[in-house]
Design a protein around this ligand. Structure first.
Ligand code: ASP
Ligand code: MG
Length: 433
C-alpha cells in the first residue's frame, strides 16, 4: 500500500524549497509514495492575471505568460544541468497556453480558464520530477488529466468517480506497484472529451484524497508551512495552539467554514475508507503534526475559523406571500445549478437569507434569474465567523467592534455574519480555553 503526499505551492516556491521537498522525500526512499504537487508559489494567481488580460484583450497576456515561463526556467536552471530534458518539456507545456492566447478569447470564459491555468501544475511537476530523478529518487511522472475525470462544469469540475476509479486501476496501480515514487499534479483533471478541467481553487488536497481513496492508500499527508491544524488563523489571532488529533467530523466542520489548512472536499473520501490524514510541517518534518482519523474523544478547545468576502442575500417574494416550500425548491434549484456555496441559510416568515462565498458573476446571475418572483437584498464584504466549542467570553470578544447581520447557534457551533465597524480594528483574541 502506498502513502500519499501533497506538497502545495508554498512548499515549492523556489529552487531552495524544491530542494527541501527532496530532502523530506529522501526519508521515504524505500517506500511507495504517490506525490501530488500544486503550482509553484503564487503561480496560479499569476496565471489568472494572464487569463483576465486575455479576456480583456489588453495586450499584456503574452508577456505575463512569458514572465511565468521564465520564472520556471530560472528555477530549473538552479536545480538542473543546462542540457536537461526538462527545458524542452517546460517549453512544450507553455506552448499550449501560448496557442490559446493567439486565438480570440473563447466565449466560454471558464473553459478558457481551465485550458490555461493547468500550466502551473504541469510545469511545477516537470521540475520536481526532474529534480527527484537527478538526486537519485526514481520517480514516474503522471499526467493527472489522464485519470481524474470530471464533468464539463469548468473551474468547479465534479469527479466522475466511476471512470476515475477505472483509470486509477488500469493506469496508476501498475505504476505504484513498481519501485520508486509516482508524481502527479493536483487541481487538474479532464472531461471524457479530453478538455482540461479543474476542481476549484486550492483543489490539490482534494486531488490527493481522490488518489488515496481510489488506490486504497495507507495514509495521506499534507505538508504545510504550519505545524499542523491550529485552533485559529495565526495571522489573525494570538495564542493559537496546534490540535494533535481531530476527528474527521471536526475537520469537515472546520474546513467547510473556511479553515484554509485543508480543502473542504478532502476529508469525506478518506473518512469513507477510514484512511488517516496527517497535516505536517515541511519546515519541521520531525514535528508530530495533526492526525485526523475516526474515534477521537470529543474534547476540543474552542476553534475559530473566519471566512472573508461573504455576501448575504435576503430573498423575499414580490407579492409578500410567505417564502414557502415551492418557493424554496425554486431557490434551491437555482443555487444548485449555479454551484453557489451556501455557508448559512435562515428562513423567516417573509424572507429567506443565505450567506454565500465571494463569486460575483454567480451571485449576479442568481439575482437576475430569480428577479421575476423575488426581491433580493444584498450585502457584500462580510465576514463569516464560525466558532466550534465556544465559551461565552470568547464569543463576547469576537463580537466586539462588529455589526452583526446574522447569528446562529446550533449545538456546539456558533456562527456570526458580520461587518467590522469602521475605524475599529480587530483585537487579538485568545482562543485558548
Ligand atoms: N494551484 C492551485 C491553486 O492555487 C491548486 C492548489 O494549490 O491546490 O488554487
Ligand atoms: Mg496553490
Amino acid at each position: 500500500m502506498a502513502k500519499m503526499f501533497k506538497f502545495g505551492g508554498s512548499s515549492l516556491k523556489d529552487a531552495d524549497s524544491v530542494r527541501n521537498v527532496a530532502t523530506i522525500l529522501q526519508r521515504f526512499k524505500d517506500e511507495n509514495l504517490v506525490i501530488v504537487v500544486s503550482a509553484m508559489g503564487k503561480t496560479t494567481n499569476a496565471l489568472e492575471e494572464v487569463i483576465y488580460a486575455h479576456a480583456r484583450q489588453d495586450g499584456s497576456a503574452a508577456s505575463r505568460l512569458q514572465a511565468i515561463q521564465e520564472m520556471h526556467q530560472n528555477v530549473a536552471r538552479e536545480l538542473l544541468p543546462g542540457d536537461h530534458d526538462v527545458f524542452a518539456l517546460l517549453n512544450d507545456t507553455f506552448v499550449e497556453a501560448t496557442w490559446v492566447l493567439e486565438e480570440p478569447p473563447h466565449p466560454n470564459f471558464d473553459y478558457m480558464y481551465d485550458q490555461i491555468i493547468c500550466v502551473g501544475e504541469l510545469a511545477s511537476s516537470r521540475i520536481v520530477h526532474a529534480y527527484l530523478q537527478e538526486v537519485g529518487l526514481p520517480t514516474q511522472w503522471l499526467d493527472a488529466r489522464e485519470v481524474i475525470i470530471t464533468d464539463d462544469i469548468h473551474r468547479e469540475g465534479w469527479v466522475n468517480w466511476e471512470e476515475t476509479g477505472k483509470r486509477m486501476e488500469s493506469k496508476v496501480l501498475p505504476m505504484v506497484s513498481q519501485p520508486g515514487f509516482v508524481l502527479t499534479q493536483g487541481f487538474i483533471g479532464s472531461t471524457l472529451d479530453n478538455a482540461s478541467t479543474t476542481l476549484g481553487r486550492e483543489g490539490s488536497d482534494y486531488t490527493t484524497a481522490i488518489f488515496t481513496f481510489c488506490l486504497n492508500g495507507e495514509s495521506m499527508t499534507i505538508w504545510k508551512d504550519v505545524p499542523g491544524v491550529l485552533t485559529g488563523d495565526p495571522k489573525l489571532f494570538a495564542n493559537v495552539t496546534k490540535l494533535d488529533r481531530l476527528s474527521y467530523r471536526e475537520a469537515i466542520e472546520m474546513t467547510y467554514y473556511g479553515a484554509k489548512v485543508i480543502h473542504p472536499k478532502t476529508i469525506k473520501p478518506l473518512q469513507n475508507k477510514s484512511i488517516p490524514l496527517y497535516v505536517k510541517s515541511f519546515i519541521d518534518p520531525d514535528g508530530e503534526g495533526t492526525l485526523i482519523s475516526s474515534d477521537v474523544e470529543d474534547l476540543y478547545p474552542p476553534i475559530v475559523t473566519i471566512e472573508q468576502q461573504q455576501t448575504l442575500l435576503s430573498i423575499s417574494t414580490r407579492d409578500f406571500s410567505f417564502v414557502a416550500e415551492h418557493h424554496l425548491s425554486l431557490l434551491f434549484k437555482m443555487i444548485a445549478d449555479l454551484r453557489l456555496q451556501v455557508n448559512i441559510m435562515q428562513n423567516s416568515a417573509i424572507s429567506f437569507s443565505i450567506c454565500v462565498n465571494h463569486a460575483p458573476e454567480k451571485i449576479d446571475e442568481f439575482i437576475r434569474s430569480v428577479d421575476r418572483d423575488f426581491k433580493v437584498q444584498r450585502e457584500d464584504d462580510l465576514e463569516l465567523i464560525t466558532i466550534r466549542h465556544a465559551q461565552p467570553d470568547l464569543l463576547q470578544n469576537l463580537r466586539k467592534g462588529k455589526i452583526i447581520f446574522l447569528e446562529e447557534h446550533i449545538r456546539d457551533t456558533v456562527q456570526f455574519v458580520v461587518k467590522e465597524v469602521p475605524m475599529m480594528s480587530r483585537k487579538p483574541v485568545h482562543t485558548e480555553p
